[in-house]
Design a protein around this ligand. Structure first.
Ligand SMILES: [Zn+2]
Length: 418
């Protein structure tokens, strides 16, 4: 990653920080800095005009030689004490806190605490409001901003493909994120929840450009801190195809029926189960001898109209009756004979990842059934709006259709360390 992007990220993070804490002056706000390649604590301390000791103390650093790229450091207020250790520190008001409750927590009298902060003992506090207390009165260094040690963000993404963002923290933090305004769901990568990940599905028709990823977490003091990255999206290099629909096929369809079917299927696609049922790469949902007849992402024009549609799945040409397999463990969410999609099955693999199978002649699973990789879920057919027997296989994450074949090649769920 280029240094310039990091600088921008820091500026934006600071801007967001200031927006999040109304009523604070800029110079009172703790600043943060994200470590980039080549940084040392000495260089960072110099840059911000603080002593090395202050920087180490503010971040609870035990081994100054082990700085990690992407690590977020708290930049303390310069010159806070002769020995580098400030004599007073901040505690932050939690929702519902009063002078009395904070005084009790920090072992002071309410009068003392109020006086040292220039407040009345009855002052109304806002959540996140900083209060000066003697350093010794702070029970333990609060994990305010330094809880997140690393955020791994893809250098670039590709139309119709899936990336992941991995967040490492010193403790289990509550994370939320948006990718181009789409809310993401974080899943734990280890038992302690110190490593978490979320998928970054890229819509196939999104214009190649840079889009924002924003990751927020709730600090120990109940504050939300956000950081943002611009991630470039490259073109997927998909083919184009003109489809001439026979007039009788299209005429059979009642638009209201098509709409109702889409609404029903989309509601199922939006499911987000907060666990993953499967591990490792997916397997093919059909015998390897059946070729792809139409890959994911192909731009489509119907009857020479504009290329405003695309193929949301992968088609395999196979005769009616060929078995269709479950590509990864999951739970069956939908089994139905639909007008457009024909014999349809949707499987929830957890974590917002779902797969769909259309045009089946027969279905051998039931809604709510737990299925394992390799199980037969049904048979290839030519039901619904289909011009010949084939399997349409679709994979969606948070409702966004992405290339299912990527799931065969890569274990997109990052494996737990150790
Ligand atoms: Zn298809």
């Amino acid at each position: 990653m280029a240094n310039s992007r990091h600088l921008r990220v820091v500026c934006i993070a600071l801007a967001l920080w200031l927006l999040l804490v109304p009523g604070l002056h800029a110079q009172d706000s703790p600043r943060t800095y994200t470590v980039v390649a080549g940084d040392t604590l000495f260089v960072i301390a110099q840059r911000f005009g603080v002593s090395l000791d202050e920087l180490v103390a503010a971040n609870g650093i035990t081994n100054p030689d082990r700085l990690e790229i992407g690590q977020v450091l708290i930049i303390p207020t310069p010159g806070a004490g002769p020995a580098g250790v400030p004599t007073t520190g901040d505690v932050r008001a939690l929702p519902g806190d009063t002078i009395a409750s904070i005084a009790q927590r920090t072992g002071q009298s309410p009068e003392e605490l109020a006086a040292s902060n220039g407040l009345s003992v009855y002052a109304r506090l806002f959540p996140g409001q900083p209060l000066q207390v003697p350093r010794a009165a702070i029970p333990e260094p609060p994990l305010r901003y330094g809880a997140i040690t690393q955020v791994r963000v893809p250098e670039r993404l590709v139309q119709g493909r899936t990336g992941v963002v991995i967040v490492e923290a010193r403790r289990n933090v509550t994370l939320s994120a948006t990718w181009n305004d789409l809310p993401l769901t974080f899943l734990p990568l280890d038992a302690e929840g110190r490593r978490q990940f979320a998928y970054l599905p890229v819509p196939a028709l999104i214009a190649p450009a840079s889009y924002w990823l924003t990751v927020s977490y709730l600090t120990g003091d109940g504050l939300s801190v956000s950081r943002s990255w611009m991630i470039p999206v490259a073109a997927g290099g998909y083919d184009s195809q003109v489809i001439n629909l026979p007039p009788d096929r299209g005429a059979l369809l009642d638009p209201a029926l098509v709409q109702a079917e889409a609404a029903k299927v989309n509601a199922v696609w939006s499911e987000r189960t907060p666990v993953t049922y499967w591990t490792g790469p997916f397997s093919l949902p059909i015998g390897a001898e059946y070729p792809t007849t139409s890959p994911f992402g192909t731009r489509r024009s119907y009857n020479a109209g504009p290329f405003s549609d695309y193929h949301a799945g992968q088609d395999f040409g196979a005769p009616t009756g060929v078995p269709v397999f479950v590509p990864g463990d999951g739970v069956v969410l939908l089994v139905e004979m639909l007008t457009v999609r024909g014999g349809a099955v949707i499987i929830d693999h957890g974590g917002g990842v779902l797969t769909g199978y259309w045009h089946l002649s027969e279905i051998t699973v039931q809604v709510g059934q737990a299925v394992a990789q390799g199980d037969v879920l049904g048979l290839v057919g030519n039901t619904g709006l289909s011009t010949g027997a084939h399997l349409h296989w679709e994979l969606r994450i948070y409702g966004i259709a992405v290339d299912p074949m990527q799931f065969l090649q890569e274990p997109l769920v990052p494996l737990p360390a150790g």
